[in-house]
Design a protein around this ligand. Structure first.
Ligand code: CTP
Length: 198
């Protein structure tokens, strides 16, 4: 929500694809909103918007990695229920978008990753994840800094491997820093000699 607000504040035409929200956030009327409830719906909504050639795509959602193999239409009785649930993998939306993007500069693809461990481990894991998912920028944070908190502490990792860790701040401030990072990286990509000669 903070990222969508910040993008809008900067003059972008924003489409917010979101899952169920606890509170009803106040958002500008002009902001397009797509409400979804499942990972499959998220995938469909993102693929549709991706085809509209956005300049920037930010995957901040914690999309579920798995879904139950079987969905019961009626109550499962304890006496007949299983002791464990079989799960099947959901599609990784960011991976799919990264594949569609391929080697092209647009859209600028931003991913998120929450990890546990030290800051060094976080940066190393985020660098690996960024490469695996073909993102341009990845925002990493540690579970202990973010869960159940109004504030967060994030590290921005670029395609070059460069990592910048920001001070603990409220999410609205972090959203500004993330967009500063996006704008800076997009400018550098547009003017880098490798891109110009490509
Ligand atoms: N993501 C996604 N679709 C999924 C799962 C995650 O698009 N089904 C995106 C998230 O929106 C986020 C990034 O991928 O931008 C986070 O990936 P994460 O869950 O941390 O990585 P995994 O590949 O699932 O690796 P692991 O959980 O093993 O660390």
């Amino acid at each position: 929500i903070a990222l969508a607000r910040e993008a809008y504040r900067r003059g972008a035409e924003v489409t917010l694809v979101h899952g169920p929200l606890n509170a009803k956030p106040k958002l500008p009327r002009q902001m397009k909103r797509v409400a979804i409830t499942s990972a499959a719906d998220m995938r469909e909504a993102m693929l549709k918007r991706f085809a509209e050639k956005p300049e920037v795509v930010i995957m901040a959602a914690a999309v579920a990695d798995y879904r139950p193999a079987q969905v019961a239409s009626e109550k499962i009785k304890k006496s007949t229920g299983p002791n464990s649930l079989e799960l099947i993998s959901n599609s990784d939306v960011l991976v799919e978008l990264g594949e569609l993007k391929g080697k092209s500069a647009a859209p600028f693809l931003v991913g998120f990753a929450v990890e546990t461990g030290s800051q060094e481990e976080l940066i190393a894991e985020v660098q690996r994840k960024l490469a695996r998912k073909n993102a341009d920028l990845m925002v990493g944070n540690l579970a202990q800094d973010s869960f159940d908190k109004d504030t967060n502490r994030v590290c921005l990792v670029r395609r070059s491997g460069e990592a910048v860790c920001l001070e603990t701040a409220r999410k609205s401030i972090i959203a500004r820093s993330i967009f500063d990072g996006i704008v800076q990286a997009m400018k550098e990509t547009a003017t880098s000699p490798a891109e110009m000669s490509a």
